[in-house]
Design a protein around this ligand. Structure first.
Ligand SMILES: [Zn+2]
Length: 156
């Protein structure tokens, strides 16, 4: 799992490379890297922030230091990049969330396979036999509202 700082640093490195190579070599396509990686490994919010912040910083630098670019093109380029990156951030983070959810479900279903037919205990990854309820509550700690109320009444 990559930390949020990694993606921010990647974004800054792309910005610096883009600036050092002058106005005619264009690198903003590389903004895709921190956006995609943060969407996959961290969260949608961070990748959305990067999707907006990187093109905005790039446009600001172009406006201040590269005077020969007309403002109209600077702003248009920034808007196009922000739109594409945000879309990418949304799609990648959604796919990542779906993948995580599927893995979770697969784990539950696989876990149910090695089950003792007598006492209904389940064998976990560490080859320990656990009660069915314990095992499932570790993977999936949700309770129906009615069940939760009944459980609380039984405990207290
Ligand atoms: Zn048994």
């Amino acid at each position: 799992m990559l930390k949020p700082a990694t993606h921010i640093v990647t974004g800054v490195v792309v910005l610096i490379v883009d600036l050092l190579t002058g106005p005619f070599l264009m690198f903003p396509i590389l903004f895709v890297l921190p956006v995609v990686f943060s969407a996959w490994f961290c969260n949608r919010r961070l990748s959305m922030v990067l999707s907006v912040a990187l093109p905005v910083v790039r446009a600001y630098i172009a406006a201040v230091h590269e005077m020969y670019h007309p403002m109209f093109f600077v702003i248009s380029n920034a808007l196009v990049r922000i739109t594409v990156l945000c879309l990418l951030a949304y799609l990648v983070s959604r796919t990542a969330a779906q993948t995580r959810e599927l893995n979770q479900r697969v784990k539950i279903l696989e876990g149910i396979l090695p089950i003792c037919s007598f006492c209904k205990r389940i064998r976990d990854d560490q080859q320990n036999w656990q009660q069915l309820e314990t095992y499932i509550s570790q993977l999936q700690p949700w309770l129906m509202p009615r069940v939760r109320a009944e459980t609380l009444r039984r405990i207290f």
